[in-house]
Design a binder for this molecule. Structure first.
Ligand SMILES: NC(=O)c1ccc[n+]([C@@H]2O[C@H](COP(=O)([O-])OP(=O)(O)OC[C@H]3O[C@@H](n4cnc5c(N)ncnc54)[C@H](OP(=O)(O)O)[C@@H]3O)[C@@H](O)[C@H]2O)c1
Length: 333
């Protein structure tokens, strides 16, 4: 796979990473259906064979067991992988998610030690603040993360779902290497909020999470009822009622373009993200999808292709909220 610079501090990553969240449940809930540990580990191994060594996890996923799964999969070959993890949703001393935000200095240090332990490593390649803690100035959080870099426990620092103003404040304390935000053909609020421009100006990389719209863009879901009762997506307005079917109509147009190009709609959506200069981290727990997604890195889209795709879902198109109310409130805008 082609390698790309992420940010300006020297981190080089493959042009597409692997999102590992769906490989475990979270807080007693399945995220995208049941996971099979052996297939998840095989997917991580296959990804490395294909040059996809950039893995994305978080202490929140599980909680903690997702990082432990990655430790198991990367054991003996840790240095061949680039491990990105996140902190910021408080996990208490009983390993339970409290659903409060914690990013004060003491917590940052504690969370980092726990992630190092669970990942079975003595360094984290890219450590993200998962969500802003409204009680803690971002300067304090980034200062603590900067100390982790000085101690050699973290190589590069990232932020997730933050505003342009927060990015500037954080970057003034320690160079930020990457910002991770939801971004796909169906979710372009980062572009609308000027985040992409700010990142370009500051030389910060952009990592797109949920680049397949949490699987919607693959076209496999035909109705909200296709989701299992405990599937996380049932809580998301974008997957509910009339909005789901409106989005399905837009997807049909994307699929027409994909058919013409003899690629899948997932591949076309990933190629679009890459063409925008962004690193997508599509999530999958199976080798079949992984191989399909990595093949998308070979697709070259011209300006006319991008214009055609963006005309289907222009900026500002209403596609429905991407989180429930509490989830939307956690986003720094
Ligand atoms: N920073 C944050 O707040 C945040 C939030 C969400 C996610 N993330 C990270 O971003 C990663 C990616 O996002 P995501 O997993 O939420 O969403 P996504 O990548 O948009 O979609 C994942 C879903 O798409 C399915 N899928 C993947 N490739 C496919 C293909 N080629 N054909 C058909 N279906 C396919 C997966 O199925 P299977 O699971 O069955 O393989 C899963 O249901 C996560 O794993 C996580 O690491 C970060």
């Amino acid at each position: 796979m082609k390698l790309v610079k992420l940010g300006s501090q020297g981190l080089v990553v493959p042009s597409l990473g692997l999102g590992c969240m769906g490989m475990t449940g979270m807080a007693h809930m399945d995220i995208y259906g049941k996971a099979d540990e052996a297939e998840a580990i095989a997917t991580i191994h296959r990804s490395l064979e294909l040059g996809g060594n950039f893995l994305d996890t978080a202490d929140l996923y599980g909680p903690l067991i997702n990082e432990q799964l990655i430790a198991k999969a990367t054991k003996g070959r840790r240095d061949n992988y680039l491990l990105a993890t996140k902190f910021g949703w408080e996990i208490d001393d009983n390993d339970q998610i409290t659903w409060k935000f914690r990013a004060d200095k003491a917590y940052v240090k504690k969370a980092a030690e726990r992630s190092l332990h669970n990942l079975g490593t003595d360094y984290i390649d890219l450590y993200y603040l998962h969500r802003l803690d409204p009680k803690t100035p971002v300067e304090e959080t980034v200062e603590a993360m900067s100390e982790l870099v000085k101690e050699g426990k973290v190589r590069y620092i990232g932020l997730s779902e933050v505003s342009a103003e927060t990015i500037r404040r954080a970057h003034a304390i320690h160079p930020i290497t990457a910002v991770q935000t939801e971004y796909s053909l169906f979710e372009r609020s980062a572009e609308e909020a000027g985040i992409l421009q700010t990142l370009e100006e500051l030389g910060i990389g952009f990592v797109a999470y949920s680049p397949l719209g949490r699987g919607f863009i693959s076209g496999e879901l035909k109705s909200p009822d296709d989701l299992a009762q405990d599937d996380f997506r049932r809580s998301i307005p974008r997957f509910q009622g009339e909005q789901f079917y409106k989005n399905l109509e837009l997807l049909a147009e994307i699929q027409t373009i994909a058919n013409e190009k003899q690629v899948t709609s997932s591949q076309l959506a990933l190629a679009w993200v890459i063409a925008k200069g962004v690193v997508p981290i599509p999530g999958t727990k199976r080798r079949k999808y992984l191989e399909e997604n990595i093949a998308a890195t070979e697709i070259r889209l011209g300006a006319d292709d991008l214009a055609r795709l963006e005309a289907v879902i222009p900026l500002g198109t209403e596609t429905g909220d991407r989180y429930d109310q509490a989830g939307m409130q956690a986003i720094d805008r």
